[in-house]
Design a protein around this ligand. Sequence first.
Ligand SMILES: Cc1cc2nc3c(=O)[nH]c(=O)nc-3n(C[C@H](O)[C@H](O)[C@H](O)COP(=O)(O)OP(=O)(O)OC[C@H]3O[C@@H](n4cnc5c(N)ncnc54)[C@H](O)[C@@H]3O)c2cc1C
Length: 473
Amino acid sequence: MDDDMDDHPEPRDGAVVLGAGVAGLLAARVLAERFDRVTVVERDELPDSGPAFRPGVPQSRHAHVLWSKGVDLIEDLLPGTTARLLAGGAVLLDLPRDFLWLSPADWFLPVHGARALLGSRELLDRTLRGQVLRDARIRVRARCTATGLVAAADGRSVAGVELRSGERLPARLVVDATGRTSRAPDWLAALGHPVPATTRYDSRLGYSSRSYAVPPDPARRWRGMYVQGRPDSPRGGVLVPLEGDRWLATLIGNGDHAPPTAEEEFLGFARSLRSPALHDALRDAQPLSSPVGFRNTANERRHYERLEHAPDGFLVLGDAACRFNPVYGHGMTVAALAADALREELRTLSPREVPGAVRRIQRSTAAAAETAWQIATSEDLRYPQTDGPPPDRTTRIMQRYMSRVIVGANADPAVAARFFGVLSLSATPDTLLGPATMLRVLSRWRRPASPHTTPYPSHHAPPGARQDPKETA
Ligand SMILES: Cc1cc2nc3c(=O)[nH]c(=O)nc-3n(C[C@H](O)[C@H](O)[C@H](O)COP(=O)(O)OP(=O)(O)OC[C@H]3O[C@@H](n4cnc5c(N)ncnc54)[C@H](O)[C@@H]3O)c2cc1C
């Protein structure tokens, strides 16, 4: 180990986690089961008083859904988190039951699918942080930027991290969870270690989001809405409830269809979706913020799990290792799956053994991202402008089958439940290949996969055509 670090007060037996996002916080929680001291290094100032925007998580201005698998894993790691989120104003909904949801084929029926937690990303971060920091073994050093890794004297291991201030934090294990702006490949190269290969698929999806006060409407039966785009009409939008009686409207579009950030164009784009429902909901709602865009949405995997000569004592988790087109809502749930995989790996290791086990751990945490990666990349490859390796034969067959699954799920509650089980990462895709599901799916094989759809679903009449329940009572 570097001699300079010997008289530093940080215990070298501790772990250091870079980044206090969802992946970093969950990793810190798990590492505290093995290490006496876990230090989370975070570049941003962390707001104490309540949920608030911070520059390190710019995506918090856009709709975030936490699928049931993520909710359950986080609850298991940090009991009481769901109740705290609900007390803070988040809601647990059943999708598509509680949503108006136009799939790439047709509208889903209001049937049971999967639970999802909806609320602001700021509320989620603040609540998770509060829960994680109740553990006295974990502390956060805010306003500290990590700038590199520190090599151990053996040349094979990482022995700590360097901060912008020049300070060095020694650690037995360093975890990079700095998200999509991670510099870990540069840091490894600077120490003479190999850098990971990257696989990237970019469907050039753009986001634009704006919050609104929820207008009162006693006849409204839905809590949110999702109008999906599809390759022949690549514009979509989602409306999710936020705490404080707000909606967050996120418009999305691929390539030249990226949504505008000009206030006066926001509603016009919403009107151009495959259904007018989202536009109609927003038309008379009071905007609470200006539209904000986000463009850097490619799926990108850095294959740390394939590095044969990676240094001991260094792991990469969360978006820093694998990030997804956010439209599938998987990043946070995958961070929870990876934390769970890390926990499983650590069960049999002493702190001294962890640095040498990082390659195995990196493979397990990468495997936790596999289903989400398959879903996101094979769906993105339906869009002709997607950059990336072309789909292989299996992917093309799966794409065709999944189109039929969606047609089936639109009409058959049993198929819908299985489809949402997979989408929420609660079940693996092979559950859609079981004989019972296949029979149900194939029975609707002749139905068009891209039908002409009605502006509103049959279970929800358009505004104006609806009667106020008081009038019918
Ligand atoms: C537009 C958009 C919408 C999304 N929607 C969803 C959704 O609906 N559902 C879902 O599950 N996921 C969604 N995601 C993905 C989700 O936000 C991430 O997958 C999830 O937050 C895990 O990210 P992370 O913790 O790895 O990184 P982040 O959340 O990005 O956190 C990284 C942290 O590291 C800090 N940091 C960065 N560099 C340094 C440094 N050098 N030193 C110290 N600290 C540093 C940052 O300040 C930040 O706090 C979305 C993403 C985007 C971009």
